[in-house]
Design a protein around this ligand. Sequence first.
Ligand code: PMV
Length: 315
Amino acid sequence: MIICRAPINIAIIKYWGKLEGFESENVANNPSLSVTLDIDHVFTETKVHVSPGDGQVLFKLNNTLQEPTKRMKKVLSKFPTHEKKIFIESVNNFPTGAGMASSASGMAALVLALDKALNTNYEGKALCEIARLGSGSACRSVYGGFVEWNGNSVEQVFTANHWPELRCLLLITNGEEKRFPSTTAMQTTVETSDLYSLRREIAIKRIGCLKRSIEEKDFSSFAKICMQESNQLHALCLDSFPPIHYLNDKAFAIMDRIHEMNRECTIAAYTFDAGPNAFIFCLEENLFKVREGLRGFGEMIECRVGDGPIVTCTD
Ligand code: PMV
């Protein structure tokens, strides 16, 4: 039996929309850059047990037996499962499908656990490509630190300890499952948003500026790009037709509160994925102030930048 624990990653430069002609492989239309969070707080843990059989796959998610999803089947097709019975048990220690990157940690944990359990020994590049088949953003959870994904390439651009003072507070405003699954939502944006034609160029330009701000540990420029990117993702969603919206009243109130807190000096930055739960970046020295300022909005989980997935059991 193999147990693998994989972290979530939060995109600062967001992936939104697939490259025309490469939709089934989840190749992104624009490059993205994310921060892998530590696995001490938020993670997917996946157990894979292999025994002799005829290719059956049993899958339990959060203790409920269910059919393997289409995305999982794509991932499984890359592994030698014939004449075997595979039992996969996956648990998220945070809300599933609520815009908190559970598909990223889930698919990364699955791929790494299958690779170990079935002795395929795929290289990093292949593991990323298989994880990407399950969920685009999952390819970034294969590595720790600051990770850039561009087309077929995924690489760590800064290590997890490059900026040790950086913290990320997860602020859970609503743990319910999202109303608009990201694959169909992205497709609607690509097909209907007039603003979307600008997206690729903007992401490319911002990724360069973001890397400079991380390299120089310049929090205020990091924060500005981070918030602008989040806002652009949600603006593109609203520009889609029919419109897609992930943010709730609390999310907008959190955004306002952070801009208020930043009036004299930038101490915090928000980013939201496909859901109303906030990821708040700040430096360690401002943690107390930021936590106090955001009191009452929901449960807070404090994370650091993490080293990436680990195998916790190889019985
Ligand atoms: O990997 P998916 O299909 O769940 O899409 C993720 C999209 C965002 O989380 C909104 C952005 C990103 O880059 O992670």
